[in-house]
Write a new protein. Structure first.
Length: 229
């Protein structure tokens, strides 16, 4: 009996001590919760800029031009042939009352109008070359295309087909305001030829250069009616 009471007393003391040492559980505090780690400030990323062409001192750089084209210029002005347009002083005038046109050409050039077309040469023929013209000379055949429809675009399409290779083409305006088209390429009989097509009055004309065709656009620019109308 004494042993049983002793065990009961020990157990009761243990229960009382445990009750005194237990603390109430605190409610969670939202402010004290760990959130996701703060993100670091976003770093600025490099922005791709347009490439600028190298410039010299005092020059403002602009976008680099890598087109490398030698075709039509943006303004649609006088064609600039590949290889550069030679500077010409067009001090002489030829007028054909028979064919109804006039044009200006450089002093010293030769005119032959004894055949069915008019031939303009930078110098007398020296022998074989492109259409019998050496590459350092220019021969221009001015042909009145009688019997052809007065359709500039149709003739342009025909010339494209006639050329083996077309390297340049540009529509431009003569000094009189007439539309014209410059084409350059190679064909079966010539390695390099330039052609200007235009309608003046009620006639379609073709000016074709052999040898060095680069002077043709500047000369053709002066092409106009013989009467000056």
């Amino acid at each position: 009996m004494t042993s049983t009471r002793t065990h009961f007393a020990i157990a009761l003391c243990a229960l009382l001590l445990g009750a005194c040492s237990t603390e109430p559980t605190a409610a969670p505090d939202p402010a004290g919760l760990d959130g996701p780690p703060a993100s670091s400030p976003t770093e600025a990323q490099p922005v791709a800029m347009a490439t600028e062409a190298p410039t010299g001192a005092g020059e403002t750089g602009g976008p680099a031009d890598d087109t490398g084209t030698t075709g039509p210029d943006a303004a649609g002005g006088l064609p600039q042939p590949a290889g550069g347009a030679p500077k010409l002083s067009l001090t002489e005038t030829y007028t054909s009352d028979l064919w109804g046109y006039a044009l200006d050409y450089p002093t010293g050039w030769l005119i032959d109008d004894t055949g069915g077309s008019v031939i303009l040469r930078s110098a007398a023929s020296e022998g074989p070359g492109s259409d019998g013209v050496p590459a350092h000379m220019t021969k221009i055949d001015i042909v009145t295309l009688e019997g052809f429809a007065l359709d500039l675009d149709a003739r342009v399409a025909q010339v494209r087909e006639e050329l083996d290779a077309l390297t340049e083409e540009q529509r431009f305006t003569l000094q009189t305001g007439q539309d014209a088209v410059w084409l350059r390429g190679s064909g079966a009989m010539t390695e390099d030829t330039g052609i200007v097509l235009t309608i003046v009055g009620n006639q379609l004309y073709q000016l074709q250069a052999f040898g060095d065709p680069r002077p043709l656009p500047a000369i053709a620019f002066t092409f106009r009616p013989a009467s000056g109308d």
